[in-house]
Design a protein around this ligand. Structure first.
Ligand SMILES: Cc1cc2nc3c(=O)[nH]c(=O)nc-3n(C[C@H](O)[C@H](O)[C@H](O)COP(=O)(O)OP(=O)(O)OC[C@H]3O[C@@H](n4cnc5c(N)ncnc54)[C@H](O)[C@@H]3O)c2cc1C
Length: 401
């Protein structure tokens, strides 16, 4: 038993708790899928051919739907997520819905995403018990080029000017709708060359809407070398409002390194995983010490970081469901952490994407890549799933010897 386990009394490896919501058939599928995902070349090939097959309209959707889709997606429509929301709720776990759509390139795509976000917020307000948060991606509401130009403080062409003013109108409407309905709105963090503009925009709306409560959240990627200073600056600047911070490690290590090399820029990412972990936990403690003055969502599958956050609240004798505090993990990942924390009385929000498979494919491909290339995530998932399948086999043997 680890020191963290002993001091918190939490068991974040209890697979019976972690997978109670999953059928044995789903777990078998997850086992084989996570085994496959460990082969980097298989994932690269599958992602490449999957994208091609979808663009050529080959009939691969049923296969995707019954594999990656079944494990990581909430469904293809909002209504399709309802059984999953009810299932999670049974175990005290809530959800943050995310319309899985990639960056907009045209006004039509931006408008489509905006309308879906409005619909999503209406849905969340009707199912507030199950969906207290909604995630949005600013590049779904305007083309990435706009954020790049704004980040560089470069002049905007008239088409980008038009996108910019539309973006402001749309964000104002979404923030108003979310806060009026009592739903939190979390803005995703994206690539570093877009993020400066996203930071500025997120701060503007947090300052406007978070004067009483942290409704609007920005995301801070702690794999970036500059983010601890950014976080401290953000909290210092936020004199009369409560910033919402979704703390993540960051999803684009390889892309960031490649971009920096191609543009002759210094690598913005910490040199090692260990350095990212240190930065994440430092930021975590910095936020926890100021929890009355901000909102904090600990968005990670990292067991040690989750344990540290839980331990802090427990040792300080703070309310485990402090209204400013939550844990979040992606749907279909790190379930023993999510359900173990929920069982321990903490607020846990599963990040649940939904959307048509064709549009959600890049999200699924990212999950596949994340589980193959960088981390030992798939190893961790596999060990948990294998342990649970074995536990169920033994339990069945005892029942029917
Ligand atoms: C609820 C939720 C919301 C999220 N939202 C966002 C978002 O808005 N934007 C975003 O970018 N990501 C987001 N992510 C993804 C997140 O950033 C991580 O990619 C993912 O969660 C894995 O990190 P971890 O903390 O869970 O776990 P771990 O497995 O402990 O850490 C893996 C992470 O460590 C870092 N890392 C790995 N190898 C190295 C290395 N060699 N050098 C430096 N760092 C390294 C990377 O960030 C990698 O993703 C989100 C994740 C969750 C759970």
């Amino acid at each position: 038993m680890s020191i963290l386990h002993a001091t918190t009394g939490l068991d974040l490896d209890d697979t019976a708790v972690g997978y109670a919501y999953r059928s044995t058939a789903d777990l078998r599928l997850a086992y084989w899928l996570f085994r496959l995902l460990r082969w980097g070349w298989v994932v690269r090939w599958a992602n490449w051919s999957g994208a091609k097959a979808l663009s050529w309209r080959l009939p691969v959707e049923p296969l995707l739907r019954s594999t990656l889709g079944r494990l990581f997606l909430g469904g293809e429509t909002l209504e399709a997520t309802l059984p999953i929301l009810a299932n999670l709720r049974q175990f005290g776990v809530e959800a943050m819905l995310d319309f899985a759509v990639e960056a907009a390139q045209t006004e039509k795509e931006a408008e489509m995403a905006f309308q879906e976000y409005q619909r999503l917020l209406r849905f969340a307000s009707q199912h507030r018990e199950q969906v207290p948060f909604v995630a949005i991606k600013l590049t779904a509401l305007a083309p990435p080029l706009l954020f790049q130009k704004l980040s560089q403080e470069a002049p905007l062409a008239s088409t980008l000017e038009a996108f910019h003013s539309k973006l402001q109108e749309r964000l104002e409407a979404l923030c108003q709708q979310a806060t009026a309905a009592g739903i939190g709105l979390m803005i995703d963090a994206e690539e570093s060359w877009l993020q400066k503009a996203i930071d500025t925009i997120a701060e503007t709306y947090m300052a406007r809407y978070n004067t009483q409560f942290p409704w609007i959240y920005t995301s801070v990627q702690m794999y970036r070398r500059d983010r601890l200073d950014y976080l401290k600056g953000l909290l210092a600047r936020a004199g009369n409002y409560l910033p919402g911070i979704k703390l993540v490690r960051g999803a684009y290590v390889e892309k960031e390194r490649a971009y920096a090399a191609a543009h002759n820029q210094p690598d913005p990412i910490h040199p090692t995983k260990a350095a990212t972990d240190i930065a994440y936990d430092a930021a975590l403690m910095y936020c926890l010490e100021r929890l009355d003055h901000l909102g904090l969502c600990v968005a990670t599958h990292n067991r040690t970081s989750c344990m540290k956050a839980a331990q802090y609240l427990i040792l300080k004798n703070w309310d485990r469901r402090h209204p400013h505090f939550s844990f979040s993990q992606l749907y279909g990942m790190a379930d023993p952490l999510s359900f173990g924390l929920a069982k321990g009385g903490f607020r846990v929000i599963k990040y649940l994407p939904y959307g048509p498979l064709r549009q959600a494919f890049p999200y699924l491909a990212r999950r596949a890549e994340e589980n193959s290339s960088l981390s030992d995530q798939s190893g961790r998932e596999l060990r948990w799933i294998a342990a649970e399948l074995e536990r169920r086999r033994q339990a069945a043997k005892r029942l029917y010897p």
